[in-house]
Design a protein around this ligand. Structure first.
Ligand code: SAM
Ligand code: SF4
Length: 345
């Protein structure tokens, strides 16, 4: 290419990227995971101890107006996708009104939700009218007794009913299964089998030590490779093309209606094209799931920051996004042990 042409293209590209959230490795941030609460109606064993976690005082939670403001400012910097999570989003009063509020943000292309599905069914009609593209439903066992053992609550029927309603809705349904050594690994095949007649995306997640206690001692480590070989031992599978920045590596069994994927959340082989940032329920900005928080946006706003101040802040902290989850973990002040419910999974 002629030098002059190269120079023109480079400058056009730089102008286009101005005011966008780009880290020092050239990764552009376009996806926000926002925890709307730290509260939850279940007590999943891999997420928190039986007695739950120390929840914060209500005043410490971001208000929905503050969440709207953060999301709007981030969307003006190129974030076009938001995932609402928690805690359990549907336990927070006013959550569905917040969804409607977010729907007004014309810069957002997609709103996604991660939920345990217990409280959602009565809101589905309204949600279907919004730009909610997909719902990730957590369901770690297809057996009622095992489900109760994992979640420490007897709500399997409600969650399974949600699955069936969502499957028929116009919202994409993804099932999240945390693969827990010695607990639900005997159901991996059953979950893949579920995709035979159901048009859903089943996703197996490597268990991480975000459980309020820390790293567990396990007999067998069920990582990406082991989960995949378990599935390959039973099915002929086809690799699918993964979307850019996809968190899962995706596959399908030929002739089956749905797909399945594996999320290497702990082995962290997906960091290379990460496009995600997180805001916790108390307003802590996280560049990576494994960092221990970069900056409290809630306090900054409550101290009177303008939207321009917020923009400058976000542009400056995203640059410091660590290369991968291992570096983020190394730079922490404390060991990974906080509950996923406080971070927003
Ligand atoms: N309450 C909602 C739910 O369960 O779907 C949303 C919050 S939950 C923290 C978000 C996701 O994180 C869920 O899919 C859950 O299975 C996953 N998760 C929680 N703890 C985890 C852990 N220790 N390792 C891997 N995934 C975890
Ligand atoms: Fe609650 Fe979700 Fe954590 Fe289970 S995984 S305890 S449903 S926040």
């Amino acid at each position: 290419m002629q030098p002059i042409k190269f120079w023109i293209i480079l400058n056009l590209e730089l102008t286009r990227m101005e005011g966008k959230l780009i880290d020092s490795f050239g990764r552009q941030i376009s996806y926000l995971r926002l925890a709307v609460t730290d509260r939850c109606n279940l007590r999943c064993q891999y997420c928190m101890p039986a007695h739950g976690i120390d929840i914060v005082d209500r005043k410490e939670l971001l208000t929905f107006k503050e969440m709207y403001r953060i999301t709007r400012v981030l969307s003006e910097l190129g974030v076009n996708k938001v995932r609402l999570t928690g805690g359990e989003p549907f336990v927070r009063k006013g959550f569905v009104d917040f969804l409607e509020m977010l729907d007004f943000n014309d810069l957002l292309e997609e709103i996604n939700i991660t939920t345990n599905g217990v409280l959602i069914s009565k809101h589905l009609e309204k949600i279907e009218q919004l730009k909610v593209k997909s719902i990730n439903l957590s369901l770690d066992s297809l057996r009622k007794d095992k489900f109760a053992e994992i979640t420490r609550r007897d709500v399997f029927d409600d969650v399974y009913e949600t699955l069936e309603i969502l499957e028929k809705s116009n919202i994409n349904l993804k099932l999240n299964i945390v693969v827990q050594s010695g607990i639900n690994t005997d159901e991996i095949i059953d979950f893949v089998e579920l995709t035979k007649h159901k048009n859903i995306a089943v996703r197996f997640i490597e268990e991480m030590p975000f459980n309020g206690v820390g790293q567990k001692d396990v007999k067998e480590v069920w990582n990406y490779t082991k989960i995949l070989s378990e599935i390959e031992s039973k099915f002929d599978i086809e690799k699918l093309v993964d979307g850019k920045s996809s968190t899962s590596r995706n596959f399908k069994v030929d002739t089956y209606k749905g797909t399945f994927g594996i999320i290497p959340a702990f082995t962290r082989t997906i960091c290379g094209d990460c496009n995600r940032i997180r805001i916790t329920a108390t307003g802590m900005f996280k560049n990576c799931l494994f960092d221990d928080g970069v900056f409290n946006v809630r306090d900054f706003m409550r101290d009177g920051a303008s939207n321009d101040d917020l923009k400058k802040l976000f542009l400056s902290i995203v640059v410091k996004k660590p290369k991968n989850g291992f570096i983020a973990e190394k730079e922490r002040n404390s060991k990974v042990s906080e509950s996923m419910s406080t971070i927003g999974g």
